[in-house]
Design a protein around this ligand. Structure first.
Ligand code: FE
Ligand code: CA
Length: 541
């Protein structure tokens, strides 16, 4: 089946959704001075329970709202209270006591038909983050949600549930992004991603960067500064997340659709691997504590389910999320369990990288993923992960030791695994490299005539690296040297896809500039991946 009868019509949602996000959130926020803003026809229980302390006197919803991890009957709703986001103690200007937060979820943007509501308590231990798993929802449905504390009402978020298991649902609009260095550029790409009103957003890591102000400078110069020192303490991670989350474009992207997130390296420390930190020359005796701080702040700031709540320096982030039987998203963690980079990291010609004992996923995650392949009934099996999957040879024959090329055994076991399991449409999604790439994955990269066994789409950065530059793919030496790689562009942007039972349509979206606030967006290249035919069919622009 191609259309599910229980989907609410997209036509109404398309129009209405423009009213929240960046501009709309401000409008609702401005109207939030009284409970009346919770909407006509809605009666909310009084909040001021005895002993709840003095009411807040400043809007705590500066970080917006988010949702994530949709399944057919539930979704995570998120907010974090921070009247003063940049407060150095990481508590966002909240008084150090527990606070009761009211939430509600409706089928309409005016909250005339509220289908779920409840109260949760948050406080200093949780960094004033709120995670609600709203359950008992209809499959394939659009919902609106908001929060309230005292007299303050949050902006409205829009979210969706996945189609029912066993159904294909309607076309899925999924966009994905990575690498948003706040100092390197404005988050205009997030604004355009939101304006497309996708059903689902994937973020593949480097959501924020750890550096102190002006120490990682883009070739175009930095346009704004990080607050705080290099993130190491929990307070420092919390403060930096708040700085990013207060950005209006990022808030709009979170408010428009549910997200599936995985972290890469900069959420902790550049190029960390397992329990190994970046630079041996600057010893970090407390790296495991730092990692625990980073994981806790990550969980607090992302719309994740309780199952991903970290236990000290361990966090179960890899998981599979099904969008009916149209697509399964296998969200991977290629940092936490990997062996240290071979040959001292960097770009190397490195025999050790071929050692089959080396792993980028860890044994458990690998077995889990191979098992997923064997039991999959999805039309599209999508790997949401961090680092470059396809072989990529430099002019000297070197490979990136931080990417799957530095872990050849893993690269082969995973791709051979999906071939052996006859996975119908394997697609790998990637971030990390601040450049758009599109590749055909090969059974044997050394043999140009070998089978195409899958497709990889790599998204450029949202802002990291500054404006970047366009180039002519037909003259790109990287593409000539690696004939399985079909496209590359080094501007900033994101990737937009539309997934149906028959095809995945892919638009590589780029911005002319991120160093000015209103960069123009365009589609630099489009490809179609056909059902049962891995590889890239170029589409006319
Ligand atoms: Fe990055
Ligand atoms: Ca990275």
């Amino acid at each position: 089946m191609t259309e599910s009868s229980d989907s609410n019509p997209r036509t109404t949602t398309r129009r209405s959704a423009l009213r929240y996000g960046a501009a709309g959130a401000a409008a609702i926020g401005a109207a939030s001075a009284g409970a009346a803003a919770m909407g006509a026809g809605t009666t909310l229980p009084a909040l001021a329970a005895p002993g709840a302390g003095r009411p807040l006197t400043q809007d705590p919803f500066t970080l917006g709202v988010a949702s994530g991890e949709p399944d057919a009957g539930s979704v995570v709703l998120w907010t974090r209270l921070a009247p003063r986001p940049l407060a150095e103690d990481g508590f966002g200007g909240m008084p150090r006591r527990n606070v009761e937060v009211l939430w509600e979820l409706a089928t309409d943007e005016r909250f005339a038909v509220v289908v779920r509501r409840g109260r949760v308590t948050t406080g200093p231990d949780a960094g004033f983050a709120v995670h609600v798993e709203a359950a008992g929802l209809q499959p394939g449905w659009e919902y609106f949600y908001r929060f309230r504390v005292g007299q303050y009402v949050s902006p409205t978020g829009r979210t969706r549930t996945a189609p029912a298991l066993g159904t294909l649902g309607s076309a899925l609009a999924m966009s994905f992004a990575s690498c948003s260095q706040f100092e390197h550029g404005y988050f205009t790409a997030y604004r355009h991603l939101a304006a497309d009103e996708p059903d689902l957003v994937l973020h593949l890591g480097d959501y924020l960067y750890e550096y102190p102000a002006n120490t990682y400078v883009s070739p175009d110069g930095n346009v704004r500064d990080h607050v705080g020192p290099e993130m190491e303490s929990l307070a420092e991670y919390r403060q930096r997340y708040a700085q990013y989350r207060a950005d209006a474009d990022l808030r709009a992207a979170h408010a428009v659709a549910p997200w599936l997130v995985v972290m890469d390296d900069h959420e902790v420390d550049n190029n960390w691997a397992g329990d190994v930190y970046e630079k041996p020359e600057y010893p970090q005796p407390d790296f495991i504590q730092r990692r625990a701080n980073a994981f806790k702040a990550y969980y607090e700031n992302m719309p994740l389910r309780t199952r991903s709540k970290p236990d000290g320096s361990a966090m179960r982030l890899y998981r599979a999320v099904s969008w009916g039987s149209l697509a399964t998203f296998h969200m991977l963690d290629t940092r936490q369990y990997r062996d240290d980079q071979a040959c001292d990291d960097g770009w190397k010609v490195c025999e050790d990288a071929k050692d089959p004992a080396r792993t980028i996923t860890g044994d458990e995650q690998e077995a889990w993923l191979l098992d997923n392949f064997r039991s999959s009934t999805a039309r599209w099996d999508v790997l949401g992960q961090q680092v470059f999957f396809a072989r990529r040879n430099s002019a000297s024959g070197a490979n990136s030791m931080d990417a799957w090329d530095g872990y050849r055994g893993s690269q082969e076991r995973i791709s051979e695994g999906w071939v052996a399991a006859s996975v119908r449409n394997p697609v790998v999604l990637t971030g990390d490299v601040h450049t758009h790439w599109a590749s055909e994955l090969k059974a044997n990269y050394a043999d140009p005539d070998s089978d195409v066994i899958g497709t990889e789409l790599v998204t450029t950065s949202i802002a990291s690296g500054g404006n970047g530059a366009d180039s002519d793919p037909s003259e790109d030496p990287d593409l000539q040297r690696n004939p399985h790689i079909k496209f590359r562009n080094a501007q900033r942007g994101y990737v937009r896809t539309r997934i149906t039972p028959d095809a995945m349509d892919v638009d590589f979206r780029v911005l002319d500039k991120v160093t000015e606030p209103n960069g123009k967006v365009s589609t630099r290249a489009s490809f179609r991946i056909h059902d049962r035919k891995p590889g890239l069919d170029p589409m006319a622009g």
